[in-house]
Design a binder for this molecule. Sequence first.
Ligand SMILES: [Zn+2]
Length: 268
Amino acid sequence: MPKFAIKIAVTFVVLAGMQCATLSQVNLLSTQEEVELGRQFSQEIEAELTMYDDPVVNAYIDSLGQLLVAHSERTDIEYHIKVVDTDEVNAFAIPGGWLYVNRGLISVAESESELTAVMGHEIGHIVGRHSARQISGQYGLSIIAQVALGQDPGMLRQMVTGLLAQGAMMKYSRDMEREADRYGIEENYRAGIDPSGMQEFFKKLRALEGGGGTSDIEKFFSTHPPTQERIDDSARMVASLPKKPNLTVDTPRFQQIKNRLPARASGS
Ligand SMILES: [Zn+2]
C-alpha cells in the first residue's frame, strides 16, 4: 500500500532527523581537542578578518570578558578575547575559549551592562560547549580530529568560510540560545553587573531598527533573534535572582573606551 509506504518513509526521515539532533547534542570531543580545534579556527579567522589593534580597547574588552569568565561555570580552559575592526554589530564565540567582539557592538551598546550581556551570552556558548557540539554533529569526529591536529587545512578553510558566511555564528538550537542566555545572566549577576542589560539592548536595537536600522544591526538580529519569547524568558530569569544591591549598569571607563572608537560609517 503506497500510503503505508509513505508513512514508513516519513517515520524513517523523522527518526533519522531525531537521531541527528540527538547526536549533535552529544559532544564527544575532549577539552584538549576542542581547544586545539579553536586554535586552528582562531588562526584562520584572524587571518581572514581585520582585527582592531588599539591595545587600550583590547585590554579593556579582555578584562571585562575575563571578569565574566571568572564567574562562569567553565574555568578549565584559557579564554582569548579580541576585538574585530568592523561596524557590524555582533560578537561570536568559537570552540575552545575564543571570543570575538566587534567594534560596532561596543559603539552601539549604550552602557557597559549592555555590552557584557552580549559577551556573557557568547561566553555561555563556550561554557555549554555549543559550537563544539554543533561542529561534531555536522562534520563527524574523525574529520574534526584531523582539523584539530592541523592535518586538513582544506577542510579547516571550508569550515571557517562557512562560519564567516553565516555572520561568524554557528547555527545554534533554541535550547542552546536559552542556555547561553541563562549562563550570561548568571555570569553578569555574579560579577556584580546588572543582568538586565540584554533586554535593554534588545529594546534599543528594536527602536533603531524601527527608525530605519542599518544592515549592520540586521546582522545581529539574524544571529541573535530577539524574539518576544526570548526577551520574556530572560526577564523571568533576571526576576528570579535574589535582589542584590549596587549592581553596575555603566562605568566611566566604558564611556571613555567608546569615545576612542571611530564613528560608525553607517551612523546610528
Ligand atoms: Zn547565541
